[in-house]
Design a protein around this ligand. Sequence first.
Ligand code: 6PG
Length: 243
Amino acid sequence: MEKIVEVLPSLELLIERSLAIILDRISTAIAERGWCAIALAGGSTPKPLYEAISQQSLPWDKIHVFWGDERYVPEDHPDSNQLMARIAWLNKVPIPATNIHPISTNEADPNVAASKYEQELLEFFQLSSGELPVFDVILLGIGDDGHTASLFPHTAALKVSDRAVTLGNKDGQPRITFTYTLINQARCVMFLVAGSGKRSALAQIFAPVADNFTYPSRLIAPQGTLFWLLDGAAGQELSIESA
Ligand code: 6PG
């Protein structure tokens, strides 16, 4: 794993930097394999990045978009990660509908939804059961509590290492999430972190010793390149040496 930590003076510069990295990764993937698979983060931080990507002229037919996690709400619910990305980006570009792979939240049992999304990944990547897909880019954020995707502290999802997708749990609310083992297969994982509210979690995530189940973002160590892109407010007190 190559780990790159950058503190950018502002959110705007963080978004600009993350866009440049993503565009480079997309073009490399397409040059090497003919297509690119990117998994999106939810929450609010990545929204301006998605808006910036929507302004790019890209070979949209060669780009496949997935989600690293989803709240278990209808796709038109204001909390839906799918809805946020469609409004900020996907509705604005001529990407084929079949290239957009949302996590379905229509099943009565969210465990069924997790299994169905895992099956969709296996079929798309032409893998057999037990194999894990390799994404070109997986975007992630962190919560103030140190969670990432929907891998929340001290939840059962953190113990699932033999699957690609599992059930997350945020204060009793079901989520669908990539497992940390799937995330760690990626060629490139990029954390986008902004705001002073993330400082204390970052200190624990970057600490030489801390509990991974308390700070699940510590579980992320991809076989490829790990980018931590922080704005000044989030990265101000971080001792980068420990990074
Ligand atoms: C989600 C996200 C989650 C998010 C962090 C940070 O579904 O909420 O996937 O992991 O990345 O909670 O959220 P903000 O960017 O809003 O701070």
